[in-house]
Design a protein around this ligand. Structure first.
Ligand SMILES: Cc1ncc(COP(=O)(O)O)c(C=O)c1O
Length: 381
C-alpha cells in the first residue's frame, strides 16, 4: 500500500483549489476526461433501456446483440474477423488491464512495460507479483519501442509485453510496420502482446488508427483492449472489450466469471447503439480534437515553446521549455504563474521527467486563452 500514497495529483489539485478560492482563473488541462457528450441516439438507447425494470438485474454476461455489434464494428473498421469466444467485455480498459495479469502471470514472471507509459499497464501485472521491466520510448526513436534493444535474455524470459498506440502520454501513433515487427518479435520469443487501443479513433492529420489484430499472426500472440470511453464519450459507462487470442480470452473470461457479474444492461444497450449507429459523431469529435491540438501545439510554438504536434490520443506531450529540468517543479510554477494546470511527465515513469502532459479537454478558444496565460507567465524564454 505504501506504493499508492496520495500522489502528486492530489497535491496539484489542492493547489488548484487554493488558486480558485482566491478567485484566480484556472485552465485544467490535466485529466483526460472528454468534455464532449455521447451522441443523442446513444443517450436515447440508454434512456429507453433504463426505463425497463428488468434491466436492473445482474446481466451476468454480454447480450448476444452486443457481441455481434463488436464483431461487426471490428469487421467494418479494421477488417478483423472475430468469433464470439475471441471477445470478452470488461468494466473499462482500466479495470481489464488491472486484472488481466491475474489470468496470465505467476509471481516472478517478467512483464515489459513502456517508460513513459500509462500507469495501469504496470500496476496490474505488478499486483500479481510479476516483475516489471521497462522498454524505453525515446523522442529520437519517434517514441516507438526498439525491440532489438531488449536484451535476448529478457525477451526469452518475458511473459508479456504491454504496448499502446496512439499513446498516452507520448501522443504518437505507430505505423503498421511496427506492429508487424512486434508480432514477429513476440512469436520468436513466445511473449504475449497486450495492446491497448483506447485512442484508435482519436488520430490526426489523416492517419487511420490500426488494430494490432489486423496484422497477420497477431491473433496467435496477443489480445487488444478497445474502449468505448473516448471513442463514444462513455467514460462513466465503464465498457470496453478485450479481443484476440482464444486461449487468453478464455482464461481471462474464466477469471472474470469469479469477480464480475456483468455490465449494467442499459450501458450494454447504449454500447450496441454506439457501435451500430451512425459514426459521424466519431469523425466530428476527431476533427475537434485536431483543432484543439492545433490550438495548443501551434499556440505554444507561436510563443516560443517548441511543442511537437500530437499524432493521436487526447494529449499533448511537451518537452520542458529551456531552463527547466524537473516536471513537477515546472507544473507547480506554471500553475502558480499562469493558472494552467498540466500533469508532470514523471507521473508516467522516469523517462517522462523532462516532459509535461496536457489534455485536450477544452475548446480551441479556451486553449488559446491558456496559451496566452502561459505567455504572460514569462516562463517561456
Ligand atoms: C491508454 C489508456 N488506456 C485506458 C484508459 C482507460 O480507459 P477506460 O475508460 O476504458 O477504463 C485510458 C484513460 O485515460 C488511457 O489513456
Amino acid at each position: 500500500m505504501q506504493q499508492f500514497q496520495p500522489g502528486i495529483f492530489n497535491v496539484l489539485d489542492d493547489k488548484k483549489r487554493e488558486l480558485q478560492a482566491q478567485g484566480r482563473k484556472v485552465w485544467n488541462l490535466s485529466v483526460g476526461t472528454p468534455d464532449f457528450h455521447p451522441d443523442q441516439n446513444v443517450l436515447d438507447a440508454a434512456a429507453k433501456a433504463i426505463a425497463d425494470p428488468n434491466n436492473f438485474k445482474y446481466s451476468l454476461g454480454n447480450l448476444p446483440e452486443l457481441v455481434e455489434a463488436v464483431q461487426s464494428w471490428y469487421r467494418r473498421r479494421y477488417g478483423v474477423e472475430l468469433a464470439a469466444d475471441e471477445i470478452t467485455s470488461v468494466n473499462g480498459s482500466q479495470e481489464g488491464l488491472a486484472h488481466i495479469g491475474w489470468a496470465l502471470c505467476d509471481p516472478g514472471d517478467i512483464v515489459l512495460c513502456p517508460n513513459p507509459g500509462y500507469p495501469i499497464f504496470e500496476i496490474g501485472p505488478w499486483l500479481t507479483g510479476a516483475e516489471i521491466l521497462y522498454y524505453e520510448l525515446l523522442p529520437e526513436n519517434d517514441f516507438l519501442p526498439d525491440l532489438n534493444a531488449i536484451p535476448e535474455e529478457t525477451a526469452k524470459k518475458a511473459k508479456a509485453i504491454v504496448v499502446s498506440y496512439p499513446a498516452n502520454p507520448v501522443a504518437k501513433a505507430a505505423p503498421r510496420s511496427f506492429y508487424e515487427e512486434l508480432v514477429a518479435w513476440a512469436k520468436k520469443y513466445n511473449v504475449i502482446v497486450l495492446h491497448d487501443n483506447a485512442y484508435s479513433e482519436i488520430i490526426f492529420d489523416g492517419r487511420k488508427g490500426i488494430s494490432f489484430l489486423s496484422v497477420p499472426g497477431a491473433m496467435e500472440v496477443g489480445v487488444e483492449f478497445n474502449s468505448l470511453s473516448k471513442t463514444y464519450c462513455l467514460t462513466g459507462g465503464r465498457i470496453s472489450f478485450v479481443m484476440g487470442n482464444r486461449d487468453i480470452i478464455k482464461k481471462f473470461a474464466t477469471l472474470r466469471s469469479q469477480i464480475d457479474y456483468g455490465i449494467f444492461l442499459p450501458v450494454q444497450y447504449a454500447a450496441i447503439e454506439a457501435l451500430n449507429g451512425p459514426q459521424d459523431g466519431v469523425e466530428r469529435r476527431r476533427a475537434m480534437y485536431q483543432q484543439r491540438r492545433d490550438a495548443l501545439c501551434g499556440g505554444f510554438r507561436s510563443i516560443g515553446w517548441n511543442v511537437p504536434d500530437s499524432e493521436g490520443s487526447m494529449f499533448v506531450w511537451a518537452p520542458l521549455p529551456e531552463g527547466y529540468t524537473d516536471s513537477v517543479e515546472f507544473c507547480f510554477e506554471l500553475l502558480e504563474k499562469s493558472g494552467v494546470l498540466c500533469t508532470p511527465g514523471s507521473a508516467f515513469g522516469s523517462l517522462g521527467a523532462d516532459h509535461v502532459r496536457f489534455a485536450l479537454t477544452m475548446p480551441p478558444e479556451q486553449i488559446a486563452e491558456a496559451v496566452e496565460a502561459v505567455r504572460n507567465s514569462g516562463m517561456i524564454r
